[in-house]
Design a protein around this ligand. Sequence first.
Ligand code: EPZ
Length: 420
Amino acid sequence: MEKFLVSGNATISGTVTVSGAKNAALPIMAAALLASSGRVELSNVPDLNDIKTISKLMESLGATVTRGEGTATIDSTNIDEPTAPYELVKTMRASVLVLGPLLARLGEAKVSFPGGCAIGSRPVDLHLKGLEAMGAQIEIEDGYIVAKAPAGGLKGAEVHFDVVSVGATENVLMAAALARGTTVLRNSAREPEVVDLCHFLNAMGADISGIGTDTLTINGVAALTGCDYRVVADRIEAGTFLVAAAATRGSVTLLNAAPDTMAVVLHKLREAGADIRIDETTIHLDMHGKRPKAVDIHTAPHPEFPTDMQSQFLAMNSVSEGSATVVETIFENRLVAAQEMNRMGADIHLEGNRAQVRGVESLKAAPVMATDLRASASLVIAGLVAEGETLIDRIYHIDRGYEKIESKFAELGATIKRIS
Ligand code: EPZ
């Protein structure tokens, strides 16, 4: 199993280009299944293991997917297989995003039921309830979600999500694009990746309004066609580089970023003492050599603080001036990186979904284990600020969501070696 050896006492400084967002590219690729004619030409697609997995899944459903440098060309004209098998879904939960598109396009879908996950229980009840409201018959058989549309296809419905869910909003939205009549989704997720999916669906010929609000109105259309589309920049990758620079008292310039999707993260970094300048696609952060100040974090659905940035801020807080409280409200088990950071000398006290962090002057390298994607990123940041060389095990998590992370950090002056 591959590991990272991260050299500590680093100062992150330089310029790096942000990749396209994994969490936008995945639903957009799933939504390409809805196009019954023409090709979908995507650009700004990150080169990640999760993108390889969804490409494989799309091909197993009868689509053709051709990857180029930062591009994906998808032809879904002849899809005919409604089954997303266990072997693929077990490696990536986001595979469940093909449920809505398959049901809308083929009238049936059989998708392996996603199991638990390191960060929490992650049910899919809201996805299923939304599709049932549109007339789908859904059974759970032999570990599979087996869904059938009514004769004549799914019909428009009023759906109220009890909990704000990115995935449920996306799945039901995609199904509604081809349903008969109008669907109104209330208490929808407003994450930038959901917004990007809406724009992509409209570019394919869908009729969605209320984009960026919590009420989405979708007038179903008879068919969708291929289009050209550029995936939005990855706000979490961008945020990870910014926090790494802040934690190491450095400075960084991000190109191809989308600062308008990151308001609360930029606000928290300013509160930590960062000098930040932005224009439409560039973010420049400079700590002027200062130690960051600890900042309180409370995760919640967009536009509040994103859960996917919580553990990176935990790493920064652990070496900041002062104390702070970090509260995780989205997933029940997403503070685990704290225990690994404590092994490196951090002073983090965990109580349920709350972490009390007292900043220490410095961390010390230790062998640590990555447990999920963002926790892995936070351990890289902890390794960069620590004294000595930190060995991070199970880095396959990080390869799912960060494109060329070692070479990008190398451009910023850090040394991260991949060890087999
Ligand atoms: C998406 O996961 C992201 N994944 C996650 O990113 C991200 O952490 C999360 O949204 C929250 O922003 C992708 O986009 C591929 P949710 P998703 O449904 O859609 C509960 C990363 O590191 N819930 O918004 O699975 C759920 O348990 C990842 O890149 C239900 O109760 O998250 C959670 O408490 C990890 N029933 C809350 O909603 C449901 O049917 C939000 O989850 C669905 C969700």
